[in-house]
Design a protein around this ligand. Structure first.
Ligand SMILES: [Zn+2]
Length: 311
């Protein structure tokens, strides 16, 4: 009798628990299968005017090494690897090639250049670490609507990442502003600048001679801010400029700044470094130090994007 009851319990266990679990796993597997990405295996990379074909994963190693300090936490490097690979796939599909110049695309350095940067003593260890971070995420790409996303990233957001619309003019569903209290340790978190109205006139090309500088007149003010608090519009004397243009003219680290006009001197407090869109590198480092994995880091900064496994 006891054996009979035992076999009934076992049958119930199989039908009610084990079978649904297997079925659900099956669905999960199909879902992951759907999210595989069979895209680029190589990239066409322009290095100093010459085009070279590189295996995608080799290219990603050179980008991670160039774009993120190699002594960062391992999970931060893995998040950077996925962002760099995704960016490469996006641009290779869109433009047919990439540039090794950071002003055009992501920075990329050859192993010979990295040896110079790191020194012979450190380069073996650091290259191995970067390589491992790339290899452990091999083929993984972030997708939206089945396509690689424009995986923007920057050094230090300074408390809140920026919405892509505020910087590039069009809304991107996976590049929304998120709070980031994880980049406070960044050496580029805050910068204080102090300059004269004359310096400002030279940098912006605006004639400030009519301004009542000596009497405490405001030669510079932020007239409109983006949703994340960065300068959207700036007034220099009688002229209005976009926050992004003003940043470029003065070579500021970011558009996240506050202004104080003090009797002819102008004080700027600049927070963060970079455009602030997408993944915050120092924030990723902070999250990794808190024990977060690279998938959690990516899901945090690229909300609405999905991670596809490599084949
Ligand atoms: Zn941040």
């Amino acid at each position: 009798m006891a054996r009979f009851i035992g076999s009934i319990i076992l049958s119930c266990f199989i039908v009610l628990i084990l079978l649904p679990a297997v079925l659900v796993r099956g669905l999960d597997w199909r879902e992951e299968k759907k999210l595989s990405y069979e895209g680029q295996q190589t990239v066409d990379l322009k290095i100093g005017g010459k085009m070279q074909k590189l295996p995608l994963e080799e290219y990603v190693k050179g980008v991670v090494a160039a774009e993120m300090p190699a002594d960062f936490e391992f999970e931060a490097l893995k998040a950077q690897a996925v962002a760099a690979r995704t960016y490469a796939c996006y641009q290779q599909e869109r433009k047919g090639s990439l540039s090794a110049d950071f002003a055009t695309d992501q920075a990329w350095l050859s192993q010979a250049e990295l040896r110079k940067r790191w020194g012979l003593f450190q380069s073996f260890r650091l290259w191995r670490k970067v390589s491992q971070a790339v290899e452990e995420t091999a083929g993984e790409v972030l997708l939206y609507d089945g396509k690689p996303i424009f995986a923007a990233y920057h050094s230090t957001c300074g408390g809140k990442t920026e919405d892509a619309q505020a910087v590039w003019g069009s809304a991107v569903p996976y590049l929304k502003s998120v709070d980031c209290e994880y980049c406070k340790e960044s050496p580029r978190y805050k910068q204080e600048l102090d300059f004269s109205a004359h310096d400002l006139a030279v940098a912006t090309g605006v004639d400030l001679s009519a301004q009542a500088v000596g009497t405490g007149g405001k030669v510079l003010s932020v007239t409109a801010k983006t949703a994340s608090g960065r300068a959207k519009r700036v007034r220099v004397g009688e002229k209005e400029l976009s926050g992004t243009d003003f940043r470029g003219m003065l070579g500021l680290r970011s558009t996240n700044f506050t202004v104080q006009n003090q009797g002819g001197r102008i004080k700027l407090t600049v927070v963060g470094n970079g455009h602030g869109v997408g993944l915050c590198q120092y924030g990723s480092q902070g999250l990794a130090k808190d024990g977060k994995g690279y998938r959690q880091i990516l899901a945090y900064y690229y909300q609405n994007a999905k991670l596809a496994r490599g084949e």
